[in-house]
Ligand binder design. Structure first.
Ligand SMILES: [Zn+2]
Length: 172
């Protein structure tokens, strides 16, 4: 299901998507957005808290298709949570990365986690999402987790090569 109530919410999501490389777009066609709805009220049944103690009904997150009642990848966004980010696009891109990851059958990377946030996740899902956002940051500006592509290059070049190949090169 898609649940976007207000134009400004729609515009925020559209603008975040608009900045992404064109080859990301097919991955977004199967993704639904729900913004400022309690997951329990719209038929989802997440655990109460994330692994680090945040409430799922207040924390932006991406639900894998098999956990969604309609079997669609669903990104939950919450305005109050988005406000905590320096750049609201960061969290939207992060959640979209999880949606892409599912469509790649949770491509099993052994990329090096760089920031504290992704180091807590032993499955590599957060490393995938954080690496995607770093890949979008070409200069020394830091994303909301303290990363950028320069840092990525220093620690582990493989995610950059992976996303370049997946999303930047033309199909031959
Ligand atoms: Zn994440």
């Amino acid at each position: 299901m898609q649940r976007i109530r207000h134009n400004y919410q729609f515009n925020l999501i559209r603008d975040a998507i608009g900045l992404l490389p064109v080859k990301v777009k097919p991955y977004l066609e199967v993704v639904n957005f729900v913004i400022d709805y309690n997951p329990y009220w719209v038929g989802f049944n997440p655990p109460k808290e994330t692994g680090d103690g945040r409430q799922y009904c207040q924390t932006c997150h991406c639900v894998d298709s098999h956990y969604a009642p309609d079997k669609k990848i669903t990104i939950f966004l919450f305005s109050e949570n988005i406000k905590l980010y320096n750049n609201p696009f960061n969290v939207i891109w992060h959640e979209l990365a999880h949606a892409i990851h599912e469509q790649l059958d949770h491509y099993n990377n052994n990329w090096i986690p760089i920031t504290d946030y992704e180091k807590q996740d032993k499955w590599g899902y957060e490393t995938f999402a954080c690496s995607f956002v770093r890949w979008l940051y070409r200069d020394r500006e830091l994303d909301d987790w303290g990363g950028n592509q320069e840092l990525q290059r220093e620690y582990d070049k493989r995610p950059i090569e992976f996303f370049d190949k997946l999303l930047m090169k033309a199909v031959i």
